[in-house]
Write a protein that binds this ligand. Structure first.
Ligand SMILES: [Zn+2]
Length: 73
């Protein structure tokens, strides 16, 4: 397997997982000044990520279940 390094500092990236257990919806998601009443959502979502401990930056984030790339910072 190819060793992945940080694009900024070259440090070896950590391959890890992150859990999201709570989503707090924006109170004005559609129109500024119009508040929607949405409760905080409990969830159980796992993401995989590449993280540089030196720069404290997440480089890649993807959904473990669907293998879907969410973002590339
Ligand atoms: Zn780095």
């Amino acid at each position: 397997m190819k060793q992945i390094g940080c694009k900024k500092c070259g440090h070896k990236l950590i391959l890890g997982t992150a859990w999201i257990t709570e989503i707090e919806p924006d109170s004005e998601p559609y129109e500024s000044g119009v508040e929607e009443e949405i409760d905080t959502i409990d969830c159980d979502v796992c993401f995989c990520l590449h993280y540089c401990p030196k720069c404290k930056i997440i480089h890649d984030l993807w959904d473990d279940d669907r293998d879907h790339l969410i973002g590339n910072v």
